[in-house]
Write a protein that binds this ligand. Structure first.
Ligand code: ADP
Ligand code: MG
Length: 363
Protein backbone atom coordinates (compact mmCIF):
# COMPACT_ATOMS: atom_id res chain seq x y z
CA UNK A 1 0.00 0.00 0.00
CA UNK A 2 1.14 3.51 -0.61
CA UNK A 3 0.83 7.07 0.53
CA UNK A 4 -0.41 9.18 -2.36
CA UNK A 5 0.50 12.85 -2.72
CA UNK A 6 -1.37 15.01 -5.20
CA UNK A 7 0.72 18.13 -5.72
CA UNK A 8 -1.03 21.16 -7.22
CA UNK A 9 -3.10 19.13 -9.65
CA UNK A 10 -5.16 20.93 -12.27
CA UNK A 11 -6.96 19.33 -15.15
CA UNK A 12 -8.69 20.66 -18.25
CA UNK A 13 -10.24 18.46 -20.92
CA UNK A 14 -9.88 21.24 -23.50
CA UNK A 15 -6.67 22.02 -25.39
CA UNK A 16 -5.82 25.59 -24.37
CA UNK A 17 -7.47 26.31 -21.01
CA UNK A 18 -7.50 29.93 -19.90
CA UNK A 19 -9.65 30.86 -16.90
CA UNK A 20 -10.62 28.70 -13.91
CA UNK A 21 -13.88 27.80 -15.62
CA UNK A 22 -11.99 25.83 -18.25
CA UNK A 23 -10.63 23.42 -15.62
CA UNK A 24 -12.60 20.34 -14.51
CA UNK A 25 -10.20 20.25 -11.53
CA UNK A 26 -9.22 23.74 -10.45
CA UNK A 27 -6.57 22.94 -7.86
CA UNK A 28 -6.17 19.82 -5.80
CA UNK A 29 -3.35 19.56 -3.29
CA UNK A 30 -3.78 16.71 -0.87
CA UNK A 31 -2.16 13.64 0.68
CA UNK A 32 -3.95 10.31 1.00
CA UNK A 33 -2.24 8.51 3.90
CA UNK A 34 -1.03 4.95 3.55
CA UNK A 35 -3.79 2.60 4.69
CA UNK A 36 -6.50 5.26 4.91
CA UNK A 37 -10.15 4.71 3.96
CA UNK A 38 -11.30 7.79 2.05
CA UNK A 39 -14.48 8.77 0.32
CA UNK A 40 -14.59 11.39 -2.43
CA UNK A 41 -18.04 12.90 -2.05
CA UNK A 42 -19.70 15.52 -4.22
CA UNK A 43 -22.50 16.14 -6.70
CA UNK A 44 -22.45 14.80 -10.23
CA UNK A 45 -20.00 16.68 -12.45
CA UNK A 46 -17.82 18.05 -9.62
CA UNK A 47 -14.70 16.19 -10.81
CA UNK A 48 -14.63 12.98 -8.75
CA UNK A 49 -14.02 10.61 -11.65
CA UNK A 50 -11.45 12.99 -13.12
CA UNK A 51 -9.52 13.00 -9.86
CA UNK A 52 -9.73 9.21 -9.45
CA UNK A 53 -8.51 8.62 -13.02
CA UNK A 54 -5.59 10.95 -12.38
CA UNK A 55 -4.68 8.91 -9.30
CA UNK A 56 -4.89 5.62 -11.19
CA UNK A 57 -3.00 6.88 -14.25
CA UNK A 58 -5.85 6.63 -16.77
CA UNK A 59 -5.62 10.39 -17.15
CA UNK A 60 -2.56 12.60 -17.13
CA UNK A 61 -3.21 15.93 -15.37
CA UNK A 62 -2.70 19.19 -17.25
CA UNK A 63 -0.61 20.46 -14.33
CA UNK A 64 0.89 19.08 -11.16
CA UNK A 65 2.41 15.79 -10.06
CA UNK A 66 1.40 12.55 -8.32
CA UNK A 67 3.74 10.81 -5.90
CA UNK A 68 3.40 7.25 -4.54
CA UNK A 69 5.47 6.93 -1.36
CA UNK A 70 7.48 9.95 -2.47
CA UNK A 71 8.18 8.60 -5.97
CA UNK A 72 6.94 10.63 -8.94
CA UNK A 73 4.50 8.42 -10.91
CA UNK A 74 2.88 11.20 -12.98
CA UNK A 75 4.04 9.63 -16.25
CA UNK A 76 3.35 6.00 -15.27
CA UNK A 77 0.47 3.78 -16.38
CA UNK A 78 -2.13 2.17 -14.08
CA UNK A 79 -0.25 -1.12 -14.35
CA UNK A 80 3.07 0.46 -13.43
CA UNK A 81 1.44 2.22 -10.50
CA UNK A 82 0.03 -1.13 -9.36
CA UNK A 83 -3.48 0.17 -8.83
CA UNK A 84 -6.73 -1.78 -8.70
CA UNK A 85 -9.68 0.22 -9.95
CA UNK A 86 -13.37 -0.67 -9.94
CA UNK A 87 -15.62 1.34 -12.24
CA UNK A 88 -19.25 2.35 -12.08
CA UNK A 89 -20.27 -0.22 -14.69
CA UNK A 90 -18.95 -3.79 -14.88
CA UNK A 91 -15.78 -4.53 -16.80
CA UNK A 92 -15.42 -8.34 -16.94
CA UNK A 93 -14.17 -10.98 -19.35
CA UNK A 94 -17.44 -12.36 -20.72
CA UNK A 95 -15.96 -15.59 -22.09
CA UNK A 96 -14.24 -16.51 -18.82
CA UNK A 97 -15.89 -18.19 -15.86
CA UNK A 98 -16.55 -16.23 -12.70
CA UNK A 99 -13.65 -18.05 -11.03
CA UNK A 100 -11.23 -17.33 -13.88
CA UNK A 101 -12.19 -13.67 -13.91
CA UNK A 102 -11.10 -13.47 -10.28
CA UNK A 103 -8.00 -15.63 -10.71
CA UNK A 104 -6.78 -13.70 -13.75
CA UNK A 105 -5.07 -10.77 -11.97
CA UNK A 106 -3.29 -13.24 -9.67
CA UNK A 107 -2.14 -15.59 -12.46
CA UNK A 108 -0.87 -12.53 -14.32
CA UNK A 109 1.38 -11.74 -11.39
CA UNK A 110 2.62 -15.31 -11.03
CA UNK A 111 0.97 -16.00 -7.67
CA UNK A 112 1.25 -19.69 -6.58
CA UNK A 113 -1.72 -21.92 -7.47
CA UNK A 114 -2.61 -22.76 -3.87
CA UNK A 115 -2.67 -19.10 -2.89
CA UNK A 116 -4.83 -18.25 -5.94
CA UNK A 117 -7.31 -20.97 -4.94
CA UNK A 118 -7.49 -19.68 -1.38
CA UNK A 119 -7.91 -16.00 -2.31
CA UNK A 120 -10.43 -16.66 -5.08
CA UNK A 121 -12.59 -18.83 -2.81
CA UNK A 122 -12.55 -16.16 -0.15
CA UNK A 123 -13.65 -13.47 -2.61
CA UNK A 124 -16.33 -15.76 -4.13
CA UNK A 125 -17.87 -16.10 -0.67
CA UNK A 126 -17.67 -12.39 -0.06
CA UNK A 127 -19.46 -11.41 -3.26
CA UNK A 128 -21.98 -14.23 -2.94
CA UNK A 129 -21.10 -16.03 -6.19
CA UNK A 130 -19.51 -19.23 -4.83
CA UNK A 131 -22.36 -21.35 -6.21
CA UNK A 132 -21.88 -19.94 -9.71
CA UNK A 133 -18.07 -19.97 -9.81
CA UNK A 134 -17.95 -22.24 -12.87
CA UNK A 135 -20.44 -20.23 -14.98
CA UNK A 136 -19.33 -17.99 -17.81
CA UNK A 137 -19.67 -14.30 -16.95
CA UNK A 138 -21.58 -13.70 -20.20
CA UNK A 139 -24.88 -15.11 -18.92
CA UNK A 140 -24.92 -13.14 -15.67
CA UNK A 141 -26.92 -10.00 -14.84
CA UNK A 142 -25.24 -6.57 -14.70
CA UNK A 143 -25.56 -6.74 -10.93
CA UNK A 144 -23.64 -10.05 -10.72
CA UNK A 145 -21.06 -8.87 -13.23
CA UNK A 146 -20.41 -5.85 -11.08
CA UNK A 147 -19.83 -8.14 -8.10
CA UNK A 148 -17.16 -9.89 -10.17
CA UNK A 149 -15.58 -6.55 -11.04
CA UNK A 150 -15.59 -5.62 -7.37
CA UNK A 151 -14.07 -8.99 -6.46
CA UNK A 152 -11.35 -8.52 -9.05
CA UNK A 153 -10.48 -5.21 -7.49
CA UNK A 154 -10.11 -6.86 -4.11
CA UNK A 155 -8.42 -10.14 -4.99
CA UNK A 156 -4.82 -8.90 -4.90
CA UNK A 157 -3.28 -7.95 -1.60
CA UNK A 158 -0.13 -6.34 -3.03
CA UNK A 159 -1.64 -3.28 -4.74
CA UNK A 160 -0.62 0.32 -3.96
CA UNK A 161 -4.25 1.36 -3.58
CA UNK A 162 -7.77 0.29 -4.51
CA UNK A 163 -9.91 2.94 -6.18
CA UNK A 164 -13.68 2.60 -6.48
CA UNK A 165 -15.77 4.82 -8.74
CA UNK A 166 -19.40 4.61 -7.56
CA UNK A 167 -19.07 0.80 -7.69
CA UNK A 168 -22.46 -0.03 -6.21
CA UNK A 169 -24.61 1.96 -8.65
CA UNK A 170 -26.02 -1.15 -10.39
CA UNK A 171 -26.22 -3.28 -7.23
CA UNK A 172 -29.60 -3.81 -5.54
CA UNK A 173 -30.15 -1.88 -2.27
CA UNK A 174 -29.84 -4.80 0.16
CA UNK A 175 -26.67 -6.16 -1.43
CA UNK A 176 -25.30 -2.61 -1.49
CA UNK A 177 -25.41 -2.54 2.26
CA UNK A 178 -23.82 -5.99 2.56
CA UNK A 179 -20.98 -5.18 0.17
CA UNK A 180 -20.29 -1.83 1.79
CA UNK A 181 -19.93 -3.49 5.19
CA UNK A 182 -17.61 -6.08 3.67
CA UNK A 183 -15.43 -3.38 2.10
CA UNK A 184 -15.13 -1.74 5.48
CA UNK A 185 -14.23 -5.09 7.05
CA UNK A 186 -11.60 -5.77 4.39
CA UNK A 187 -10.11 -2.38 5.07
CA UNK A 188 -9.91 -3.22 8.77
CA UNK A 189 -8.22 -6.54 8.07
CA UNK A 190 -5.74 -5.56 5.39
CA UNK A 191 -5.34 -1.78 5.82
CA UNK A 192 -5.56 -1.15 2.09
CA UNK A 193 -5.34 2.47 0.96
CA UNK A 194 -8.88 2.83 -0.36
CA UNK A 195 -10.51 5.73 -2.17
CA UNK A 196 -14.22 5.39 -2.73
CA UNK A 197 -16.06 7.83 -5.00
CA UNK A 198 -19.73 8.47 -4.38
CA UNK A 199 -22.37 11.19 -4.61
CA UNK A 200 -24.28 9.53 -1.76
CA UNK A 201 -23.52 10.93 1.70
CA UNK A 202 -24.73 7.79 3.49
CA UNK A 203 -22.29 5.68 1.51
CA UNK A 204 -19.44 8.12 2.13
CA UNK A 205 -20.09 8.53 5.84
CA UNK A 206 -20.43 4.80 6.55
CA UNK A 207 -17.42 3.74 4.51
CA UNK A 208 -14.76 6.35 5.15
CA UNK A 209 -12.63 7.52 8.07
CA UNK A 210 -11.92 10.68 6.11
CA UNK A 211 -14.40 12.22 3.70
CA UNK A 212 -13.09 14.51 0.97
CA UNK A 213 -15.94 16.80 -0.09
CA UNK A 214 -15.68 18.21 -3.60
CA UNK A 215 -17.63 20.93 -5.36
CA UNK A 216 -17.06 22.45 -8.80
CA UNK A 217 -13.58 21.01 -9.29
CA UNK A 218 -12.26 21.81 -5.83
CA UNK A 219 -11.89 20.10 -2.47
CA UNK A 220 -13.95 22.18 -0.05
CA UNK A 221 -13.30 20.15 3.11
CA UNK A 222 -11.58 17.00 4.30
CA UNK A 223 -12.68 15.61 7.62
CA UNK A 224 -14.24 12.87 9.66
CA UNK A 225 -18.00 12.49 9.33
CA UNK A 226 -18.32 14.26 12.73
CA UNK A 227 -16.21 17.22 11.63
CA UNK A 228 -18.21 17.64 8.45
CA UNK A 229 -21.38 17.55 10.45
CA UNK A 230 -20.38 19.79 13.37
CA UNK A 231 -18.06 22.26 11.67
CA UNK A 232 -18.73 22.57 7.96
CA UNK A 233 -15.91 24.67 6.48
CA UNK A 234 -18.06 25.92 3.65
CA UNK A 235 -21.81 26.48 3.39
CA UNK A 236 -21.81 23.92 0.54
CA UNK A 237 -20.65 21.20 2.97
CA UNK A 238 -23.28 22.21 5.51
CA UNK A 239 -25.99 22.07 2.92
CA UNK A 240 -24.79 18.92 1.08
CA UNK A 241 -24.24 16.81 4.21
CA UNK A 242 -27.06 16.17 6.63
CA UNK A 243 -30.74 15.57 6.02
CA UNK A 244 -32.16 18.14 5.98
CA UNK A 245 -28.99 20.15 5.36
CA UNK A 246 -27.74 23.07 7.43
CA UNK A 247 -29.86 26.24 7.55
CA UNK A 248 -27.92 29.08 5.96
CA UNK A 249 -29.33 32.46 6.96
CA UNK A 250 -28.03 35.84 5.72
CA UNK A 251 -27.13 38.04 8.71
CA UNK A 252 -25.56 41.36 9.61
CA UNK A 253 -22.76 40.93 12.16
CA UNK A 254 -21.89 43.43 14.87
CA UNK A 255 -19.30 42.32 17.42
CA UNK A 256 -20.63 39.21 19.14
CA UNK A 257 -24.12 39.40 17.66
CA UNK A 258 -25.72 38.51 14.35
CA UNK A 259 -28.85 40.29 13.20
CA UNK A 260 -31.55 38.60 11.18
CA UNK A 261 -33.74 41.52 10.13
CA UNK A 262 -34.82 43.12 13.41
CA UNK A 263 -33.86 40.07 15.50
CA UNK A 264 -30.62 39.60 17.36
CA UNK A 265 -28.77 36.29 17.84
CA UNK A 266 -25.84 36.19 20.29
CA UNK A 267 -22.78 34.57 18.75
CA UNK A 268 -20.62 32.22 20.83
CA UNK A 269 -17.62 34.49 20.16
CA UNK A 270 -16.43 37.55 18.30
CA UNK A 271 -15.70 37.49 14.59
CA UNK A 272 -12.91 39.54 13.08
CA UNK A 273 -14.59 40.46 9.80
CA UNK A 274 -13.82 42.65 6.91
CA UNK A 275 -16.86 44.90 6.46
CA UNK A 276 -17.22 43.89 2.82
CA UNK A 277 -17.85 40.22 3.58
CA UNK A 278 -21.20 38.59 2.81
CA UNK A 279 -22.11 37.02 6.16
CA UNK A 280 -24.36 34.07 6.94
CA UNK A 281 -25.28 32.05 9.98
CA UNK A 282 -25.14 28.28 9.59
CA UNK A 283 -27.22 26.25 12.03
CA UNK A 284 -28.08 22.59 11.53
CA UNK A 285 -31.76 21.67 12.09
CA UNK A 286 -30.63 19.54 15.06
CA UNK A 287 -29.54 22.75 16.85
CA UNK A 288 -32.68 24.78 16.19
CA UNK A 289 -35.00 24.73 19.23
CA UNK A 290 -38.69 25.48 18.91
CA UNK A 291 -40.34 26.81 22.04
CA UNK A 292 -42.06 29.78 23.63
CA UNK A 293 -38.97 32.01 23.67
CA UNK A 294 -36.70 33.52 21.04
CA UNK A 295 -37.47 34.77 17.55
CA UNK A 296 -41.11 34.42 16.47
CA UNK A 297 -41.74 32.08 13.53
CA UNK A 298 -44.68 30.83 11.54
CA UNK A 299 -44.94 27.05 11.12
CA UNK A 300 -45.10 26.11 7.47
CA UNK A 301 -45.14 22.32 7.63
CA UNK A 302 -44.40 19.43 10.02
CA UNK A 303 -43.13 16.08 8.72
CA UNK A 304 -43.32 13.14 11.07
CA UNK A 305 -40.49 10.75 10.26
CA UNK A 306 -41.29 8.37 13.12
CA UNK A 307 -38.28 8.93 15.35
CA UNK A 308 -38.34 12.72 15.04
CA UNK A 309 -40.32 15.58 13.58
CA UNK A 310 -38.93 17.87 10.94
CA UNK A 311 -40.49 21.30 11.29
CA UNK A 312 -40.30 23.89 8.50
CA UNK A 313 -40.78 27.36 9.87
CA UNK A 314 -40.77 30.82 8.27
CA UNK A 315 -38.26 33.12 9.97
CA UNK A 316 -38.11 36.65 8.64
CA UNK A 317 -39.49 35.53 5.28
CA UNK A 318 -37.23 32.49 4.86
CA UNK A 319 -38.02 28.83 5.56
CA UNK A 320 -35.70 27.10 8.02
CA UNK A 321 -35.75 23.49 9.20
CA UNK A 322 -35.77 22.31 12.80
CA UNK A 323 -35.64 18.83 14.24
CA UNK A 324 -37.86 18.03 17.23
CA UNK A 325 -38.16 14.88 19.31
CA UNK A 326 -41.24 12.94 18.32
CA UNK A 327 -43.00 13.44 21.67
CA UNK A 328 -42.68 17.25 21.67
CA UNK A 329 -45.44 19.50 20.38
CA UNK A 330 -45.14 22.86 18.68
CA UNK A 331 -46.37 25.64 21.02
CA UNK A 332 -49.28 27.89 20.03
CA UNK A 333 -47.00 30.91 19.58
CA UNK A 334 -43.84 29.31 18.25
CA UNK A 335 -40.39 30.89 18.59
CA UNK A 336 -36.93 29.62 17.76
CA UNK A 337 -33.57 29.77 19.49
CA UNK A 338 -30.25 28.40 18.28
CA UNK A 339 -28.14 26.19 20.54
CA UNK A 340 -24.79 28.06 20.80
CA UNK A 341 -22.93 24.75 20.30
CA UNK A 342 -24.41 24.57 16.80
CA UNK A 343 -23.86 28.14 15.63
CA UNK A 344 -21.40 28.63 12.76
CA UNK A 345 -20.63 31.91 11.05
CA UNK A 346 -19.69 32.19 7.37
CA UNK A 347 -18.10 35.06 5.46
CA UNK A 348 -18.28 34.78 1.67
CA UNK A 349 -19.38 31.13 2.21
CA UNK A 350 -16.30 30.10 4.25
CA UNK A 351 -16.45 29.41 7.98
CA UNK A 352 -15.09 32.08 10.34
CA UNK A 353 -13.44 31.17 13.65
CA UNK A 354 -15.15 32.92 16.52
CA UNK A 355 -12.73 34.16 19.19
CA UNK A 356 -13.84 33.96 22.81
CA UNK A 357 -14.33 37.45 24.25
CA UNK A 358 -11.31 38.44 26.35
CA UNK A 359 -9.13 35.83 24.65
CA UNK A 360 -8.47 37.64 21.41
CA UNK A 361 -5.30 37.49 19.34
CA UNK A 362 -2.17 38.27 21.34
CA UNK A 363 -3.95 37.93 24.69
P1 ADP B 1 -18.06 13.40 -11.47
O1 ADP B 1 -17.36 12.08 -11.54
O2 ADP B 1 -17.91 14.09 -10.15
O3 ADP B 1 -19.50 13.31 -11.86
P2 ADP B 1 -16.36 14.12 -13.74
O4 ADP B 1 -14.97 14.04 -13.23
O5 ADP B 1 -16.85 12.99 -14.56
O6 ADP B 1 -17.37 14.41 -12.52
O7 ADP B 1 -16.53 15.45 -14.60
C1 ADP B 1 -16.06 16.72 -14.19
C2 ADP B 1 -16.29 17.72 -15.31
O8 ADP B 1 -15.48 17.38 -16.43
C3 ADP B 1 -17.72 17.77 -15.82
O9 ADP B 1 -18.03 19.09 -16.14
C4 ADP B 1 -17.68 16.90 -17.06
O10 ADP B 1 -18.65 17.31 -17.98
C5 ADP B 1 -16.28 17.16 -17.58
N1 ADP B 1 -15.73 15.96 -18.29
C6 ADP B 1 -15.60 14.73 -17.78
N2 ADP B 1 -15.04 13.87 -18.67
C7 ADP B 1 -14.82 14.61 -19.78
C8 ADP B 1 -14.26 14.32 -21.06
N3 ADP B 1 -13.80 13.11 -21.37
N4 ADP B 1 -14.20 15.34 -21.95
C9 ADP B 1 -14.64 16.58 -21.65
N5 ADP B 1 -15.18 16.93 -20.46
C10 ADP B 1 -15.27 15.95 -19.54
MG1 MG C 1 -18.10 10.17 -11.98
Amino acid sequence: MARIDLNNIRHAYMAAPKGDDDFALKRVHHTFDDGGAYALLGPSGCGKTTLLNIMSGLLRPTEGEILFDGRDVTGLSTEERNIAQVFQFPVVYDTMSVRDNLAFPLRNRGVAAGEIERRVNEILEMIGLADRAGQKARGLTADDKQKIALGRGLVRSDVSAILFDEPLTVIDPHMKWVLRSQLKELHRRFAFTMVYVTHDQTEALTFADQVVVMNEGEIVQIGTPEELFERPNHTFVGYFIGSPGMNVIPVRVEGAAAHIGAHRVALPGIAALDGAARTELGVRPEYVRIGAEGIPVRIDRVEDTGRRKIVRAALDGRIIAAVMPEDMTVPAEPHVTFDPAGINLYANSWRVDLAQPGRGAGA
